[in-house]
Design a binder for this molecule. Structure first.
Ligand SMILES: Nc1nc2c(c(=O)[nH]1)N(C=O)[C@@H](CNc1ccc(C(=O)N[C@@H](CCC(=O)O)C(=O)O)cc1)CN2
Ligand SMILES: Nc1ncnc2c1ncn2[C@@H]1O[C@H](COP(=O)(O)OP(=O)(O)OP(=O)(O)O)[C@@H](O)[C@H]1O
Length: 190
């Protein structure tokens, strides 16, 4: 199980390494537009997101637009046990370099439970299969987040096209299925 997830992560990351900056930037605009067309998302006044780095599906334009619209954005801060704490986004200058190449918000944190008090959550992933099983980076951060949402708060997984897999992703008891994926080509229901 662990080994097949690891091999799959490596394959996805190798493929992401071939994506160029221009395509990533254009795709980030499509991701923003697709999300803002979703009524549950467009109505949100408080969302949890993440600051994309490297070849991840880009959240820059989305965060900028939400911020301009007056939406409160919670961003994750990784805790020592890989659980996530949350702090409110206060503009690009408020982000600081964190371990593993991440960008995290500076300023007071609201506690891991704060993510259960938003209107929508943007979830990072490496891949999702047709059953909604999600493959993350392997620290279990978002498995814990999804458990806290308890299906009450809509979660939107961002992926590149081609990362919704026809082959099943190995599923462990803690893996919580997701049902909506956004890629640059649009919204996908699983
Ligand atoms: N941009 C961005 N921010 C994000 C995430 C993300 O995917 N993207 N996260 C999404 O979760 C959280 C941070 N994710 C993490 C991912 C990996 C490890 C980590 O240390 N991984 C170990 C392997 C862990 C294991 O296999 O047990 C490592 O890299 O050595 C920690 C946090 C929160 N912020
Ligand atoms: N609800 C949870 N509470 C505590 N630890 C958890 C929970 N869910 C998962 N974990 C831990 O996280 C580890 C990694 O799980 P997994 O390989 O499924 O991560 P992932 O889904 O790829 O990562 P992520 O959720 O960060 O995107 C598991 O071995 C488990 O110990």
């Amino acid at each position: 199980m662990r080994e097949s997830k690891r091999a799959l992560r490596e394959r996805i990351l190798a493929n992401r390494a071939t994506l160029d900056a221009r395509a990533l930037a254009t795709d980030a605009l499509s991701l923003r537009d697709s999300l803002l067309e979703i009524p549950e998302f467009a109505r949100a006044t408080r969302v949890a997101a993440y600051v994309s780095v490297g070849t991840e599906p880009g959240t820059g334009p989305l965060i900028e637009q939400l911020s301009e619209n007056g939406v409160e954005i919670l961003l994750p801060v990784v805790l020592p046990d890989f659980d996530l704490d949350w702090a409110v986004y206060r503009g690009p200058d408020s982000l600081t370099r964190a371990p593993r190449g991440l960008l995290e918000p500076s300023g007071p944190t609201a506690g891991p439970g704060a993510v259960a008090d938003v209107d929508a959550v943007i979830v990072p992933a490496l891949a999702v299969d047709r059953h909604g099983t999600r493959l993350g980076k392997g620290a279990g951060c978002y498995d814990r987040v999804l458990a806290r949402l308890a299906g009450r708060i809509p979660a939107f997984v961002l992926l590149h096209d081609g990362e919704i897999l026809d082959i099943p992703i190995p599923r462990e008891p803690h893996d919580i299925a997701v049902d909506t994926v956004i890629t640059p080509s649009g919204r996908h229901h699983l």
